[in-house]
Design a protein around this ligand. Structure first.
Ligand SMILES: [Zn+2]
Length: 139
């Protein structure tokens, strides 16, 4: 599997997911929006998660949300030792203000300070020439 300069696995970027990664590179958070029912999809899929419609448009969403759930990893993930320098890693499920629910890493926050209901804001970390990954920090 391809790796970042930091030695972590790179996402497999496909035609379906490229707009998400490319927008993140430009410091924008985008999602697919159903042109029939208006539901936002995360993660990218060929159809609407709510109604199955295949008419999806990429739209920019506000990079703010609230932590719905979280967990903290104190051990190396996915057998990639290069995660070691990042530990502990806080992973969250976030309810974005625009209505979608997505997962992401919480940074710039001690594990004992992170909590359900915490307001967070996206920021973007470059992982390759063509992609960045959205992460979150306390808002
Ligand atoms: Zn729909």
């Amino acid at each position: 599997m391809a790796q970042t300069p930091q030695g972590k696995p790179l996402p497999q970027i496909t035609d379906q997911t490229r707009p998400f990664w490319s927008a993140a590179k430009q410091r924008k958070l985008v999602m697919q929006k159903c042109d029939r029912c208006g539901t936002l999809n995360f993660y990218p899929k060929p159809w609407c998660v709510e109604c199955g419609n295949r008419g999806l448009d990429w739209v920019e969403v506000k990079p703010y949300g609230t932590i719905y759930s979280l967990t903290t990893a104190y051990a190396v993930m996915m057998n990639y030792p290069d995660w070691k320098d990042d530990l502990p890693v806080i992973m969250c499920i976030i309810d974005l203000d625009d209505g979608a629910r997505m997962y992401g890493q919480l940074t710039d926050c001690a594990p004992d300070k992170a909590h359900i209901g915490m307001r967070v804001q996206a920021h973007f970390v470059d992982i390759s020439e063509e992609a960045a990954i959205p992460k979150f920090r306390p808002a």
